[in-house]
Write a protein that binds this ligand. Structure first.
Ligand SMILES: Cc1cc2nc3c(=O)[nH]c(=O)nc-3n(C[C@H](O)[C@H](O)[C@H](O)COP(=O)(O)OP(=O)(O)OC[C@H]3O[C@@H](n4cnc5c(N)ncnc54)[C@H](O)[C@@H]3O)c2cc1C
Length: 322
């Protein structure tokens, strides 16, 4: 008989872990306080590229595996995932920064100097998966159900409730690990994004190092997501009009094709920042508990790599002694 597993959380980390377990033969249930579209995962841009996440060596490995998985998913037209071509720009003095991530893209090439925009030193062109989160999360939910998974909306006051109900529990509560586990290493990293008409934008543009703020333009099927902000410790979810204006100004500098694009909506989310991603297993009484949270600004980018490790941990921690 299939072993039971309980995944807590229904953001991209919970859903991807749940699918990986269900497709590996576990009988999986998700318990979650919020369902899409009410998760942080819904707010993400979401482009495959690590941001505000540690430790870099594990991050690079998880990101590489996720790139391959998302590129495969992009072949399914209704998944909400597409491979988009674009450019990452580096200001002077950063050398090869980010090389370990970009190397995941098979079509990576450096821009010739005359094609690099003013004020930047280098530009790297590559294809990256872009996930339209409302569509992609719906795809993940459907794939989870197809794999035999079930879901219950339920708020936990303690993980003990889950551990009492199943021999294997996977904790994917994101920022809520702060309250649920009293994890002192968790911190919110507030981010704001502006959704505009697609305009004449042909490719994504990333500039993580603008001293005025991280700047990105991510074209999607019918619109374009512009970012962003990175505020540690601030927790209100009300969009800031000053931030919206600043994001629009920076993104229009990078992509003049946006000049006429109308603003469609503005969203704010709290990235689940942590000193480093917590992906590890432990035994609690007769049950196994696997933690998979703290992905900062890279939860989508690391999702499938982390989910594969969750399955490996579920197997390596051994069967329940209950
Ligand atoms: C503006 C912005 C832009 C971003 N852009 C990108 C990007 O381009 N690329 C990228 O890779 N990442 C991006 N991110 C980061 C990404 O969104 C996060 O890393 C990711 O969503 C984290 O997913 P998660 O599943 O761990 O957490 P969440 O999506 O927060 O899900 C947590 C789940 O746990 C549940 N939960 C919490 N507490 C309880 C409880 N007590 N009981 C039961 N359930 C509970 C919640 O209801 C929810 O379902 C961005 C984030 C923001 C804010």
């Amino acid at each position: 008989m299939a072993e039971r597993a309980l995944v807590v959380g229904c953001g991209v980390s919970g859903l991807t872990s749940a699918i990986a377990l269900a497709e590996a033969g576990f009988q999986v249930t998700i318990w979650t306080r919020d369902l899409p579209p009410r998760t942080t995962s819904n707010v993400a841009g979401a482009i495959w590229y690590p941001y505000k996440v540690e430790p870099l060596e594990r991050v690079a490995a998880w990101a590489r595996r996720t790139y391959v998985a998302l590129a495969e998913i992009a072949r399914e037209p209704r998944s909400g995932v597409r491979l988009e071509r674009g450019v990452e720009l580096l200001p002077p003095g950063l050398g090869e920064r980010g090389a370990e991530f970009r190397a995941a893209a098979p079509d990576l090439r450096e821009l010739a100097p005359h094609l690099v925009p003013p004020h930047f030193e280098r530009g790297f062109e590559f294809s990256a998966p872009v996930c339209e989160m409302p569509l992609y999360l719906a795809y993940l939910l459907e794939r989870f159900e197809r794999a035999g998974g079930s879901l219950q909306q339920r708020t936990l006051a303690s993980l003990d409730e889950a551990l009492a109900a199943a021999p294997l529990v996977v904790n994917c509560v994101g920022l809520a690990a702060r309250e649920l586990l009293g994890d002192p290493h968790m911190r919110p990293i507030r981010g704001q994004v502006v959704r505009v008409e697609r305009g004449a934008v042909e490719r994504f543009l990333l500039d993580d190092y603008d001293p005025r703020g991280v700047t990105y333009v991510i074209p999607r099927s019918n619109d374009c997501v512009l970012g962003g902000t990175t505020e540690e410790g601030r927790e209100d979810l009300t969009p800031d009009e000053g931030d919206t204006r600043a994001i629009l100004a920076r993104c229009r500098e990078l992509a003049p094709g946006l000049d006429e694009a109308r603003v469609l909506s503005v969203a704010v989310g709290l990235r689940p920042g942590r000193t480093e991603v917590r992906l590890e297993g432990e035994r609690r009484g007769g049950s196994r508990l696997i933690h998979n949270y703290g992905h900062g600004g890279a939860g989508v980018t690391l999702s499938w790599g982390c989910a594969r490790d969750v399955v490996a941990l579920a197997r390596n921690l051994g069967a329940s002694v209950q």
